[in-house]
Design a binder for this molecule. Structure first.
Ligand code: PCA
Length: 325
């Protein structure tokens, strides 16, 4: 029996040795948001799809919650090939180039359908900017429309005076300044603690992020404002991408297409689901009142003018092409 086992083991080893050596690559994929967030779930499925589809030739491991690189560092890590691939809220890099903030221009769009049209016109400009940074876009998924969170009832901009406001990009920080609030930039992974300790008392975000981070433990009101719909992006280093075989590029693109579709579908589904979840957690969830809305729209006009100024010809082209549709 022993001999038979030994013989079989030897045969198996010989069989394995005759298999063609397969180039095996292991890619670490950093993501900023928690594993349960729908962008991270979509990213994990994308990773699994690539691993399975390439027969394990490219094996992707996801690292959510900023555990490998903090959100603000993910893009640079991919650019400099510290990691081959990463997922990130790109408007977080508005300070590098205003073009990255095309999806955070207040009230330019307020629904998923309008947003998709805006994305179609903005995408080529964005891809050009990314290419200059040695980055290739694989797919992108929107967040649900952005609303305002507070720990008290707010009916006008005057009610916001002096509130500590968690921001996630230039547009959100500017919104805070223009409403008399005090911006402090904090990654979503850290907001539960920031609200619990009073480091922040308010934010603009989606129902999805408030729900993920259980903000009802500290905050009481969510006002539906539909200010804009920012996006997350799956980016790959362009040198890494160039070295991928044609066959595996096709697999990755197919997985990316499915991820974009599934992620967008989830974003839409989660809008109602997570707002109901905030209410179930005890929060007041309602559209912003007329006074507040009118004041926010006026502030939105200021921010739009400022963005157009900063984004120059490209910004104007994006807005003009969207409005011409
Ligand atoms: N959630 C992300 C960005 C937009 C959103 O809805 C955040 O708050 O960080």
């Amino acid at each position: 029996m022993k001999t038979l086992t030994t013989t079989l083991a030897a045969l198996a080893t010989a069989a394995l040795a005759t298999l063609p050596a397969m180039a095996q690559e292991k890619w670490d994929l950093p993501m900023a948001y928690s594993a349960s967030n729908f962008h991270s779930v979509t990213g994990a499925e994308f990773a699994q799809c690539v691993t399975t589809g390439t027969g394990g030739a490219i094996e992707i491991t996801t690292h959510p919650s900023g555990s490998l690189f903090a959100g603000a560092d993910i893009k640079r890590a991919v650019q400099t090939e510290q990691v081959p691939i990463g997922e990130r809220l790109l408007s977080g890099h508005q300070n590098e180039s205003a073009i990255f903030g095309w999806d955070s221009v207040p009230f330019l769009v307020s629904s998923f359908d309008q947003h998709e049209k805006l994305y179609e016109v903005a995408k080529p400009y964005l891809e050009e900017l990314l290419a200059e940074q040695n980055l290739t876009l694989l797919y992108s998924v929107p967040w649900p429309p952005q609303g305002l969170y507070f720990n008290k009832e707010v009916n006008s901009v005057a009610d916001m005076e002096g509130i500590k406001f968690r921001s996630y990009n230039n547009a959100t920080a500017r919104l805070a300044e223009l409403t008399g609030m005090l911006p402090v930039q904090i990654e979503a992974a850290e907001i539960s603690q920031a609200f619990a300790t009073g480091v922040a008392e308010s934010m603009v975000s989606s129902g999805a992020t408030g729900y993920d981070r259980k903000v009802w433990e500290s905050l009481s009101h969510f006002y539906e404002v539909d200010a804009w719909l920012p996006r997350n992006y799956m980016l790959i280093n362009s040198d890494v991408w160039a070295d991928v075989s044609e066959a595996n590029k096709n697999i990755i693109n197919a997985c990316a297409g499915m991820a974009e579709y599934a992620g967008t579908w989830r974003a839409k589904e989660y809008t109602g689901f997570t707002l109901a979840g905030l209410a179930a957690g005890g929060m007041t969830v309602a559209p912003a009142g007329d006074t507040l809305m009118a004041e926010l729209k006026a502030i939105g006009e200021t921010m739009t003018a400022e963005w157009l100024e900063a984004a120059g010809e490209t910004g104007k082209n994006i807005v003009d092409a969207y409005n011409a549709q």
